[in-house]
Design a protein around this ligand. Sequence first.
Ligand code: ADP
Ligand code: MG
Length: 722
Amino acid sequence: MTQENDNFVTEPRQETGLDELLECLVAVASIHHHDATREALIAGLPLEDGKLTPGVLGRAAARADLTARIIRSPLSQLNPALFPAIVLLEAGRACVLLNLDIKNGQAEVIFPELGEASSIVSLAGLQDAYSGQAAYVRPKFRFDARGPEVKKQRSRHWFWGVIRENRKLYRDVLIGSAVINLFAVAMPLFVMNVYDRVVPNAATETLWVLAVGIFIVLCFDLALRLMRNAFVDLAASRADVKLTSSIMSRVLGMRMEAKPASTGSFTATLQSFESVRAFIGSATIVALVDLPFVVLFAAIIALIGVPLVIPIVIGAVFVFLYALAAQSKLHELSETTWRIGAQRNATLVEAVGNLETVKALRSESRLQGMWERASAFLSRTSAQLRLVSSSVTSVALWTQHTVAVAIIIVGVYMIIEGDLTQGGLIAAYLLSSRAMAPISQAAGLMAQYHQSSTALQSLNDVMDKPTERIEGKAYINRPVVHGDVKFDSVSLSYPEAERSALNDVSFRLKPGEKVALIGRIGSGKSTLSKLLLALYQPTGGAIFLDDVDIRQFDPMQLRRHIGYVPQDIALFFGTLRENIVAGAGSEGVDDEALLEAVRLSGLESLVKSHPHGLDLPVGEGGSMLSGGQRQSVAIARALVNNPSVLLLDEPTSAMDHASEEVLKKNLTRFSQEKTMVIVTHRTSLLSLVDRIIVMDAGKVVADGPREQVVEALRKGQVGRAS
Ligand code: ADP
Ligand code: MG
């Protein structure tokens, strides 16, 4: 199916709102038989205006086991061997380039808005719209279970892998350092020659020649040092961007089971990346590079006079042993400091987050006490830590000076014996400080290293946590579902909970069925909703949506089909509009749907009466709204996508009677074709449903038509789960 379409590229086109880059990626993926859903490709990526950008194309491509490489090249010089390529056009447009026929001035392309058909366009037309950038998208080889696993190949370390990407930069740093160290020999040689040759002979001409030479060397040295620092910085900042974004995406993609219990301590872990960054970005790291040159300097000193090396060797060994002795203490102290710091942060976050409750319950003194005890302990241990680590650097400095004195003593005896010139002594003295400097620096680095390594370790733990989306897993693509929900012997035990929250729960909801879920507190009603959203994985049994195990859905796509109003509502800092649209995901939402959702949820009067309308700020966590208003916002954002399944967890618990009646009327109409589950304690909401499921202690104890169950409940015929 190829259509001739000559002027297509240059014709002004209407804004379609289509994410063309994403569509191109989907097209290329399907050409390579690496089918992927749009949701899976962009889930959790930072989009701009809800659209994929070239900057994150590579990350999206990796989701479909593809690699994407953006290049800048004239159209005619693109490599046909690597086609299909994505060609980035002006104004955020893109198309897939299948073939280039330069001789006839034609190109075969797929325009995303025309579907999968390819068209032939004139090369000149394409050239006009071309932005100068294209992307080669190539498949990665997909191993299956038969390919034997090799440990090393399995996965790249999140941290060292990124550092290794910059190895070219680090190689340059290494070369620069080598040259700088070679230059460092020049100064002592200069001084030695001045003392031994120039001064005795009053040879000022030689002096000038030597001075010019050393000046040139010094200039090169300056240039190299500036470059070296710039390279270390560049490598660190490149790595920084990648690392922080991979940490964030890991945090957002984390499975709920794996989420650490304390938010404050968890954020402290994440913030500790700062210390890792400071470590890799600091110029001190080049001190390690200088370390091998200690041998060079020692060798040159040996050339001047062998006995002069002895103090250096003794000094180096001494510093090394001292630093080693301090290691275990440093390690222990930095771990303690780190733990107590995280715990203190947890207290802080909990206190600030619940300030109203803290005041209302007069818990100030308890929290103040916790804070002060932690602070006192923290200041004690961190003072110890500083003491030990600064003692390492001080001892190293002391050794450096002592070595210098020793060299002078040895040197004087050698001069008396006639084995050394005065210039030689001075040169040896200067070289000795050059030789000892990297040793003291490395010792200092070892002290600093512990804080970063503790941080790196705890970040490693975070990065090892299981994620919702399994890499390389092919999720099925179901853009439309009917809302057939089935629980099949589902059980769940929360991590670290002794009792199971759900126990062998089975039921089936037909598409369009309306069900109320009732039961005492803690009977597992909310848990059931969270399972259907795949926020948690059942520990036994399976859940099906339209007869497909929900584990086969991409979590993003699954949640798009389910409109969920949680029991505890959290809004985000921002406006009302942003909060409602937040539920719309990447595909965006049109104003029509937005207004409809506002009307249905009963927010209309609030929006109309407020001068800011939909742009009214809600405050952090929605603190500027009342409980009932927050609930309305949550309902609006559940409805805005027009989902097939509605999951409402006590949606009216904070509403007055009149608002509830309005909502009921709206829901009756809105939910006509949809499967709806309402968790409720309000009998008034029961009129919305045809069927009632009663839960107790994680089990279904009654399930049937509304009238029957209500009757049975009234007569006390519904038992309790033992
Ligand atoms: P409800 O029927 O009141 O909505 P839930 O489904 O919220 O009850 O809770 C069911 C049980 O699971 C309760 O006993 C509760 O203690 C436990 N539970 C709920 N959430 C968690 C969690 N995140 N971690 C551990 N246990 C939980
Ligand atoms: Mg609940």
